[in-house]
Design a protein around this ligand. Structure first.
Ligand code: FES
Length: 145
């Protein structure tokens, strides 16, 4: 679990960190910078060869998910879990499957992995996951059972 504070939103193609800096078994790397309305927090998560990045901001009350810092996962480590009111999010797509913001999702932060480096893929504001499709809701129910 590493954390780095930077001056401003990183430019496209800038390096966030090396892939091997994040443990393969749900290791995380946090990045924070300040924008006009306050801190912008990103969490990068590695699961095996897959890497995911989300804005570290719960869609329920806009709190950061980890409290204490770096504590992102449910006890069974199957989901991201907001430490404030317990919303659970799928790691693979940030979709909320349980809790007060069920059906919404974490904002993705655009990244790509290249030559062992995790890079910023774009500067556009990340899209917020919309309402779940029927197939997605079915999958969520299955995951929760
Ligand atoms: S702020 Fe995350 S569940 Fe309420």
């Amino acid at each position: 679990m590493s954390h780095r504070r930077i001056e401003a939103r990183p430019a496209p193609d800038s390096v966030i960190c090396r892939l091997d800096e994040i443990a393969a078994d749900l290791g995380t790397y946090r990045l924070t910078w300040f924008e006009w309305d306050g801190p912008y927090r990103v969490v990068v998560i590695r699961r095996g060869d897959r890497v995911y990045a989300y804005r570290n901001q719960c869609p329920h009350a806009l709190a950061h998910l980890d409290h204490p810092p770096g504590d992102f996962f449910s006890l069974d480590r199957r989901h991201l879990e907001c430490s404030f009111h317990g919303a659970r999010f799928r790691i693979a797509d940030g979709h909320c499957i349980a809790g007060p913001c069920k059906g919404r999702g974490l904002a993705r932060f655009p990244i790509r992995v290249e030559d062992g480096l995790i890079l910023v893929a774009a500067v556009e504001p990340p899209a917020v996951a919309g309402p779940a499709s029927r197939a997605s809701r079915r999958k969520s129910r299955k995951e929760m059972s």
